[in-house]
Design a protein around this ligand. Structure first.
Ligand code: ATP
Ligand code: MG
Length: 168
């Protein structure tokens, strides 16, 4: 009996295919679908930071702000702005995925956006929510060619106690 399915997205094509399969399976089994993203960390590219200012996701940084020496978030600091951008991207990714799942007819959809180590967080959510099946991409946004599995799909597949499907 499959009553809860977890699909995880990093915005990659593989994750998009995983979402499509997860939505099909959720319909078939009348299961709840959890859609999850774990936010990125660290600096975002200059262009993205600029776009975030234009879109009012963040305030423009003071012209003479020093580069932070320690990765301690301070209100109004560059790392604070990075975090806001990662959260904004994560929300958009998950909102789009939720809309796509609902368009496919999935009735019960839950969204989760967290931060931390992606594989660790995915495993925690799978356990906490009693997930019966994880459907994720075999690869993601990483650019190391030739690998069958990325580090996140490999770790989750290895350590989860439920069925894990890695979509190619
Ligand atoms: P690597 O990150 O090791 O360089 P990769 O990016 O090609 O390699 P993974 O990161 O393992 O491969 O991605 C495989 C799948 O794991 C993705 O298709 C997605 O389903 C899931 N995934 C990866 N990162 C995240 C994340 N931050 N949040 C949610 N799901 C993720
Ligand atoms: Mg990756």
């Amino acid at each position: 009996m499959i009553s809860t399915i977890l699909t995880t997205t990093d915005g990659s094509k593989h994750a998009g295919r995983a979402l499509a399969l997860a939505a099909d399976l959720a319909n078939k089994y009348k299961a709840k679908l959890i859609i999850m993203h774990v936010m990125g960390q660290g600096d975002v590219p200059e262009e993205l930071a600029h776009m975030a200012e234009v879109e009012h996701v963040t305030e423009p940084a003071p012209a003479n702000e020093p580069v932070p020496r320690a990765p301690i978030p301070r209100p109004g600091s560059r790392s604070d702005a990075n975090q806001k951008i990662h959260a904004f991207i994560g929300d958009r990714l998950v909102d789009d995925a939720v809309d796509a799942a609902k368009d496919k007819g999935v009735r019960q959809v839950q969204r989760i956006v967290e931060d931390g180590d992606p594989a660790g967080r995915i495993l925690e959510v799978a356990k906490k929510h009693g997930v019966d099946m994880i459907v994720m991409g075999s690869r993601g946004l990483g650019n190391l060619k030739g690998l069958l599995l990325g580090s996140v799909s490999q770790k989750v597949n290895h350590l989860c106690t439920c069925t894990c499907v890695c979509v190619k």
